[in-house]
Design a binder for this molecule. Structure first.
Ligand code: CS2
Ligand code: MG
Length: 402
């Protein structure tokens, strides 16, 4: 069996997605997500110029060997562009493997470990009252876990407060838009949100919050401590994680569970965090961290230290990633939770899939492979449209973390 053709499909049904399609000489094809929000074309170039020519003629059944070839063979290892490309190849090959075996992906991984995959949605509002209502609407939709983000008095564009409700897409503009941040105002305000949420809805629902890399370790420790009475499921991206040791300082001051890793692209980014039990959930994803093949390695390391998975699942990860992630989540023994920022109807039409939402959970389907396809004719109707994630500066103009 040989890879006969491999090509990249870029489409923009409201936001950009990059899809890799690998076709074999036996008429079976597989697809993988290669979307990197705000840097999409860099992954397209990496794939088209440096990866796809190497794949032609390779045996698509040799998933591990091709992964090692693309990782070690690049010489310049790791990084979001390289690993998004490797992830897309890996995901497409697992899709082919499932189709050849006539099995849904979770069966190939080891079978079902749970009946369904608990997910969390994104509730946000311009102020606490609006956010309280938004959380209520997610509870009414059947969610048992909800991320809550709110506008911060004195901050114009606080992170996570979308333009609209169900769909949150931060990328915009042909150049990055500028936002202003102030951690002191944020730290003063956020505990009030969670006090009000627990007063309003009690403790029967899981509440999550994303710090989105904005705090220093001691500020994150302050917030974690202040949120302890409200028993969050997790506080995410409390501080930038290049220095994995930074989480030790947060850990020393708070029992609020910590989650990190949506921007990680290999196990090396998380190794110390996991082995020193500095986090409780690892957020690595199919599209960013080397596909199914590498994500399994990360999850297995995490399991040794009672760290659970909590994969990223924002709108800028295509339905292909969501579909493959659900098969992974259905199998992985140390599952924690799956993020599920719903895609728009436009996007779902371009990427027909067999997963479905039910009672606060997602259920993967039984279609052989990962259960997601791409309608190329429809995809062609949405040409690429440049869009960047915003940047953030402090009020004095200091460049900060968006
Ligand atoms: C966020 C993401 O969902 C999350 O946890 O961190 O929405 C993130 O802002 C985007 O994926 C960036 O493209
Ligand atoms: Mg996040």
């Amino acid at each position: 069996m040989k890879i006969q053709n491999a090509r990249v499909i870029v489409t923009c049904p409201g936001r950009n997605f990059v899809t890799l399609k690998i076709e074999t000489d036996q008429g079976v094809y597989g697809i993988g997500d290669a979307t990197l929000n705000g840097r999409e074309l860099s992954v397209v170039a990496y794939l088209e110029e440096h990866v796809l020519p190497c794949l032609i003629g390779m045996d698509p059944r040799r998933i591990e060997d091709i992964w090692q070839y693309l990782y070690r063979g690049a010489y310049w290892r790791r990084g979001p562009v390289t690993m998004s490309a490797v992830s897309a190849v890996d995901t497409a090959l697992w899709d082919i493997k499932g189709k050849m075996a006539g099995m849904p992906l979770y069966q190939l991984l080891g079978g079902r470990s749970r009946e369904s995959v608990m997910v969390y949605g994104h509730a946000n509002g311009a102020d606490i009252e609006e956010t309280i209502d938004a959380v209520g609407s997610y509870i009414a939709m059947g969610y048992r876990a909800i991320r809550a983000q709110t506008g911060i008095p004195g901050i114009k564009d606080a992170y996570g407060v979308g333009r609209g409700t169900l769909f949150y897409e931060p990328a915009d503009g042909t150049l990055p838009s500028n936002t202003v941040w102030d951690t002191h105002k944020y730290l003063t305000h956020v505990p009030k949100l969670f006090e009000k949420l627990r007063t309003t809805y009690g403790f029967d629902y899981h509440l999550l919050h994303d710090g989105h890399h904005r705090m220093t370790p001691i500020e994150a420790a302050q917030l974690g401590k202040a949120l302890e009475p409200y028993r969050l499921f997790w506080l995410e991206d409390a501080t930038p994680a290049e220095n994995q040791e930074a989480f030790r300082l947060i850990r020393q001051h708070t029992t609020t569970p910590l989650a990190v890793g949506e921007i990680f692209n290999t196990i090396w980014d998380a190794k110390d965090l996991i082995q020193n039990q500095l986090i409780d959930y690892i957020r690595t994803t199919v599209v960013r961290a080397g596909g199914i093949t590498h994500l399994r390695r990360i999850a297995d390391l995490a399991a040794l230290y009672q760290v659970r998975t909590g994969s990223h699942g924002a709108t800028d990860l295509s339905p292909i990633t969501m579909g493959a992630a659900l098969h992974f989540d259905t199998w992985v023994p140390n599952f924690g939770i799956q993020e599920y920022m719903r895609h728009t109807e436009e996007t779902d039409a371009v990427f027909p899939h067999d997963y479905r939402f039910e009672a606060g959970a997602l259920l993967c389907g039984e279609t052989p492979g990962h259960g997601v396809d791409i309608d190329e004719n429809l995809a062609a109707k949405y040409p690429y449209k440049p869009a960047y994630l915003p940047v953030a500066r402090l009020e004095d103009g200091t460049m900060w973390n968006w």
